[in-house]
Structures are given as structure tokens and as C-alpha cells.
Write a protein that binds this ligand. Structure first.
Ligand code: WT7
Length: 660
């Protein structure tokens, strides 16, 4: 974000009070902040009471060995039981848990809590039959279909941590994750529907199994859901159809409570180095954190609300606010398989109208896309059921906030801008819709029970009106417990920087306004945010360098109107890659873009690749991405005095202006 946009943001002076009726009936009132601050552990213990425990905990928080936290120590709990069975036992078995909407029109399924319970039990029994035991990791590579939710809950039920890999990731990315967490079983589908056509998944799994094997990880079973009916290659010793092994199982399975700290799942996310980090979440604290925040931030009335979070289950938002939080709260929700423009650009609004969605949670990049498509599209649908809107994934610019509020929320619905991360597991900073007024572009303040601040390099809180680094000052229940198999990297990445203060370093810049409210300014490390998805510059650089014709590469996230940031790559070719005149063909640039898609996934494909003769480096050899960002965003290049060779930027500009 440039200084200009920052000062524009901080001059944003519109304010929206909570609607009176919402405020009067709000789940959480102002007093919660003080109550939580005066005894944080008692506050979280009170929130834990919303769940059903096997054994109650003896200690709320064990922080004796920071940064390794244990929450609800000594307690036992089953996540699947809390998300499903207990609602059935309380007489709500006939309530719809999922209004599932497939992408092909008319392809829908309503699944009640009782049906979900049967399905989860059958799948749990099938996993046991396939030899999965408590503690074994299971990889899930599925489209947005009901079986995905069932598979996750079945794993949770038997205590087998899942690792869901986004269906848009490549075979390589899947293989690396499978190998890193040593999964012996993968659950997948023949394919899913995207943009009106079946899109295959199984071939990537077949390839990934081979690649994982070469990294020493044998995948013994691949469980395949038939979704599209497309042809699939089959290995009889390894592959089994979901309908063959799941459908015939008994619908009885007793959920054993697991230790509160039993691993629930590993979710891989990009860090500042090439290797993705396996974020480990455990059971008790995670469920407390997600269920409380889902109830408080969305002012959830489980009896009457119809909730819809548009995130893909392959990201943490899909885990915390589509599966665990909402189901623990027993809500009725929509799950949609496809893209927003299939078969027409009003598809989402049509779904809201059909199911009477009351709470809607999506990302700024989607909102900006709809703004571009025009307000007349949502105007064709009855959106009067909507009473609350949420935003997540990146800073929401005031224009998008206002459009969202006016066009989707009829200028009535509050917008909650929720800041959190894969690592935090739960929403950390957000307005409370019945308490906090809304400022377009601000995530406002830390939720009750959460400690956040903006600090300088030494960890001192900055005064109101100033910027710095966002830190979390207190442990919280859904916090990551470590990085899978790498405690040292966990310490180094998040805790080393402010070790003396014991703060968690979030990697985001933030500013406090004159009221002390928080404005998020994006990442301060080599992590990009493209359409609310986290991508690592280094990971894309190594993908580019793995191409035989690339000598060196530098990647930056350049501002983009729709996607927030876009991937821009600067590449130095090996000599043999240029023809006699030194020109580079457009084909090669295309080939490099496709190469990145193959290595990581289509989301990582650079918007732009610029072939350059040199890269700007400091004397110690570090690439100065800041200068490349200036080029990518068409700005005058900033201070070049720390470059080892100050003429490099001229060389780059000359090459680019001469049209390469
Ligand atoms: C990064 C975390 C949390 C689920 C989706 C992304 C950015 C997230 C906001 C927001 C400003 C935000 C941050 C954060 N971010 N929400 N409301 N305002 N920035 O999860 O992939 O782990 O990415 O997304 O930069 O560090 P993630």
C-alpha cells in the first residue's frame, strides 16, 4: 500500500452505528471487553461451556513453556460429536445443516444434522476399515461437495488429523504436503464442476502419489468420491470408490473424546521461504475459539439465521467458518460448489434469495469483482433477508465496503471486517456488530479475550495516529500450536522477533487511528496476498528457477484493482534462451507462466513476467524487491543508494521501455 492510499484511508470519516434492533438483541454487549480483560482465562473458560466435553479440563491455559501453549488441559472432547451428534441428541436432527448447491443448476442436496451424523459415522467406520488409526494423517483433496465436510468430520471423529489441500493446487504441491505430514491415505474425487465444466482431480492425485513416493512417502489408499463421472485411471491395489466402502458401513459409531490438545488438522500456508508451513491446530481450544467468534462476530441466532461463507474448504476460512465454527453452533448454512459467474453473474445473489441467507461472509476481491460487473446484477434479486455482512482475507478498501453495505446490505446491514490468519485459527480483530460502530476500511479492535497491539521495532506500543507492526500480546485458544515437525521454525517465524515481550509477530503492518482503532496495511514480509490467498514470493521464485531456461528470478506483489495484489516476476534467462538478437519470444513467457501453474497451482501464475538483464541487489546480495515493486506499479524508482550496482535499475528500465 502506498503512503498516498494510506493517508486517503485515514481520512475516511464515514461512521455507521449498529442498527438499534441488532444492538438491543446483540449476543455480545460492550461489557464483554472489560470482563474478558479482567480475567482472560475465566472468560475463555466460560466460552468453553458452550461445548460438550467428555472430561472437563483441570487448567484453562498452560503457558509455562512459551511459545508452546496448551488450552483446557486435561479435558477431553470430540469435535465431530460437538459439530453433529449433540445437535441430534438435543432434538434438532431434522434441522438442515447444509443446503448444498452444486454448480450445475438444479444439482442441490439438503442435508439434515441427523443425515450428517449417519454420513459421518459411515465414513468414520470406512476409514477405520481402510486401516486409518487415531493419530494417522489423512490428506483431503476434494471439491466443495458434502463428502468433503463428511470426510473432515470423520477424520476428526476418529482422531486422525486431516490436511485439506485446496483443489486448485498442483500435483507437486499436493505431493509435498502429503510427504511433509506423512499421510498414507488421500481422499479425493474424480473431479468437480468449475465454470460449467467438469474439472479433473484424480490425475493430479495419481501423479502426486508417485512424487510422494520419491520423497519416501508411500500412499497406501486413495478413496475416490464419484462426482462428475469422468473417466479415471484406476489402481486396483490402491484406489477404492467412496460409494463402495462408505455407503455399506454401519451408521453407528461411538465418538470417543480425544485429549483437548489432540491434533485436529494441519493446514499448509505460504511463508517467507520456499517450503510451505504446516500450521497445526488442536481440538479443544480451536473449537472454543471458532465457535465463540462465529457466534459473537456474526451475532449468530442459530434458530433463525441462514449463514453462508463463500470460502473454499481448502483454506482456513473454510475450516473455521464453514465447518467447525458454524457446525459446532448448530446453524443452517449454504455450501456452494462453483464459481460466482456460472452459469450467470448473478448466481450468488440467486442463492441468497432462494435460501433466505441472513449472514453472508466473503472476501474483498469478490466484492470488487461484483462492483466491476455492476450493481444492476444483484438488484435483480431479493436480498432483503441479509442482515449482516462479513469480509475477510485482505484489507477492504472503503469503496468496496460502501458498495457491499449499500448494494448487498440495503444500507442497513453492518459490515464486519474480520482480521485473522491461518495461524490464529479464529477471528482476532473485528467489530462486534451490536457494539462497535463501523468505519469503512478498519477492522476496529481486538475481540473480547484477545490481545492485539501495534508496536515499533523494539516492541513498544505506538501512540494513536501512528503505524507499526501488528502483534498479538496474549495467547488465545485457537492459536497454532507449532509448525508440523518444525518447532524451531515455529519459534523463529512468530516469536523470536519480540521474544523479550512474549508477543506473537503477525507479519502485518497496521496503524492506530486517533481513536485507537486498527487499520490493517498488509504484509510486511515476502508474502503476497492475491485474492485473499497467501502466496510466497520465494516459493514462486524457486518455481521459476526450476525451469531450465531461467537463471534467476525475483517476484513481487504489485497492487491490482481486483485481486488486491498480483504476482509480477522479473526473470533473468540463461544465455541460451535468447535468440541471436537477444529477443525473447512471447511463447517463452507463456511457458514460464504455465510452469509456475504446474509447480504450485493456477493461483500462483504470474500476471506479468518481465525478462530483465539484471536484478537489483544490495551489497550483501539481497534482492531489493521494493525497487522492483516500484517498476511493477509504474512508479518512479525510489532510493537506489544501497544497491551494489546503482546502474542496474537503468538497465532494467531501458530493457522494459524498449519492449524487451
Ligand atoms: C493474512 C492471513 C484469515 C483467513 C484468510 C486469509 C491478511 C486477512 C484481513 C483483514 C486485512 C487481512 C493479513 C493476514 N488478512 N484478513 N480483514 N484485513 N488483512 O488467511 O492466508 O492465513 O492470510 O491475510 O495480511 O496476515 P491467510
Amino acid at each position: 500500500m502506498t503512503d498516498q492510499t494510506l493517508s486517503n484511508l485515514l481520512h475516511e470519516e464515514r461512521r455507521f452505528e449498529p442498527p438499534a434492533e441488532l444492538a438491543a438483541n446483540a449476543n455480545v454487549k460492550e461489557e464483554a471487553y472489560d470482563r474478558a480483560a479482567s480475567d482472560r482465562e475465566a472468560f475463555w473458560a466460560e466460552q468453553a461451556e458452550r461445548l460438550d466435553w467428555g472430561q472437563k479440563w483441570d487448567r484453562v491455559l498452560d503457558w509455562d513453556d512459551p511459545p508452546f501453549a496448551k488450552w483446557f488441559v486435561g479435558g477431553t472432547i470430540n469435535a465431530a460429536y460437538n459439530c453433529v451428534d449433540r445437535h441430534v441428541e438435543a432434538g434438532r436432527g431434522d434441522k438442515v445443516a447444509l443446503h448444498w448447491v452444486g454448480e450445475p443448476e438444479g444439482d442441490t442436496r439438503d442435508i439434515t444434522y441427523a443425515q450428517l451424523q449417519d454420513d459421518v459415522c459411515r465414513a468414520a467406520n470406512a476409514l477405520l476399515e481402510l486401516g486409518v488409526s487415531k493419530g494417522d494423517r489423512v490428506a483431503i483433496y476434494l471439491p466443495m461437495i458434502p463428502e468433503t465436510v463428511v470426510a473432515m468430520l470423520a477424520c476428526a471423529r476418529i482422531g486422525a488429523p486431516h490436511t485439506v489441500v485446496f483443489g486448485g493446487f498442483s500435483a507437486d504441491a499436493l505431493a509435498n504436503r502429503v510427504a511433509d505430514c506423512e499421510a498414507r491415505v488421500i481422499i479425493t474425487a474424480d473431479g468437480g464442476y468449475r465454470r460449467g465444466a467438469p474439472s479433473a482431480l484424480k490425475p493430479a492425485v495419481d501423479e502426486a502419489v508417485g512424487k510422494a513416493a520419491s520423497q519416501g512417502q508411500r500412499v497406501e489408499k486413495v478413496l475416490v468420491v464419484r462426482r462428475t463421472g469422468q473417466e479415471v485411471a484406476w489402481d486396483d491395489t490402491r484406489d477404492v470408490w467412496w460409494h463402495d466402502v462408505v455407503d455399506g458401513q454401519s451408521a453407528e459409531h461411538t465418538a470417543e473424546p480425544h485429549d483437548s490438545e489432540h491434533p485436529l488438522y494441519v493446514m499448509y500456508t505460504s511463508g517467507t521461504t520456499g517450503k510451505p508451513k504446516g500450521i497445526l491446530h488442536t481440538t479443544g481450544g480451536y473449537l472454543v475459539g471458532t465457535s465463540y467468534t462465529h457466534w459473537s462476530v456474526f451475532d449468530l441466532k442459530p434458530e433463525t439465521d441462514v449463514y453462508w461463507c463463500t470460502a473454499d474448504v481448502g483454506w482456513v476460512t473454510g475450516h473455521s467458518y464453514m465447518v467447525y465454527g458454524p457446525l459446532a453452533n448448530g446453524v443452517t448454512q449454504v455450501v456452494y460448489e462453483g464459481t460466482p459467474d456460472s452459469p450467470h453473474k448473478g448466481r450468488w445473489w440467486e442463492i441468497i434469495e432462494k435460501y433466505g441467507v441472513t449472514i453472508f461472509y466473503t472476501a474483498p476481491t469478490a466484492i470488487r469483482t461484483f462492483m466491476k460487473w455492476g450493481s444492476d446484477i444483484p438488484a435483480k434479486f431479493d436480498l432483503s433477508s441479509v442482515r449482516l455482512l462479513g469480509s475477510v482475507g485482505e484489507p477492504i478498501n472503503p469503496e468496496a465496503y460502501i458498495w457491499y453495505r449499500e448494494t448487498i446490505g440495503a444500507s442497513q446491514a453492518p459490515v464486519v471486517d474480520t482480521w485473522w490468519q491461518t495461524e490464529t485459527g479464529q477471528i482476532m480483530i473485528s467489530p462486534l456488530p451490536g457494539v462497535t460502530h463501523g468505519k469503512p476500511g478498519s477492522a476496529m479492535k481486538a475481540l473480547p479475550g484477545v490481545g492485539a497491539d501495534v508496536v515499533d521495532d523494539d516492541g513498544n506500543a505506538v501512540p494513536n495516529g501512528s503505524g507499526g507492526y501488528l502483534v498479538l500480546t496474549e495467547p488465545w485458544p485457537a492459536m497454532l500450536r507449532t509448525l508440523w515437525g518444525d518447532d524451531q521454525r515455529f519459534r523463529d517465524t512468530y516469536w523470536a522477533r519480540y521474544q523479550a515481550k512474549g508477543f506473537y509477530f503477525a507479519g502485518d503492518g497496521a496503524k492506530k487511528d486517533e481513536d485507537g482503532d486498527l487499520w490493517m496495511l498488509g504484509r510486511v514480509d515476502d508474502v503476497m496476498n492475491v485474492s485473499g490467498h497467501r502466496l510466497s514470493t520465494t516459493e514462486i521464485e524457486s518455481a521459476l528457477v526450476s525451469h531450465p531456461r531461467v537463471a534467476e528470478a525475483a517476484v513481487v506483489g504489485a497492487a491490482d484493482e481486483t485481486t488486491g495484489q498480483a504476482v509480477c516476476a522479473f526473470v533473468i534467462l540463461r544465455e541460451s534462451a535468447t535468440d541471436d538478437t537477444g529477443a525473447v519470444s512471447e511463447d517463452l513467457v507463456q511457458e514460464l507462466r504455465n510452469h509456475v501453474a504446474k509447480e504450485i497451482g493456477a493461483i500462483a501464475k504470474p500476471r506479468q513476467i518481465m525478462i530483465v538483464p539484471e536484478l537489483p541487489k544490495t551489497r550483501s546480495g539481497k534482492i531489493m524487491r521494493r525497487l522492483l515493486k516500484d517498476v511493477a506499479e509504474h512508479r518512479d524508482v525510489g532510493d537506489v543508494t544501497t544497491l551494489a550496482d546503482s546502474t542496474v535499475m537503468d538497465l532494467i528500465s531501458n530493457r522494459l521501455t524498449s519492449g524487451q
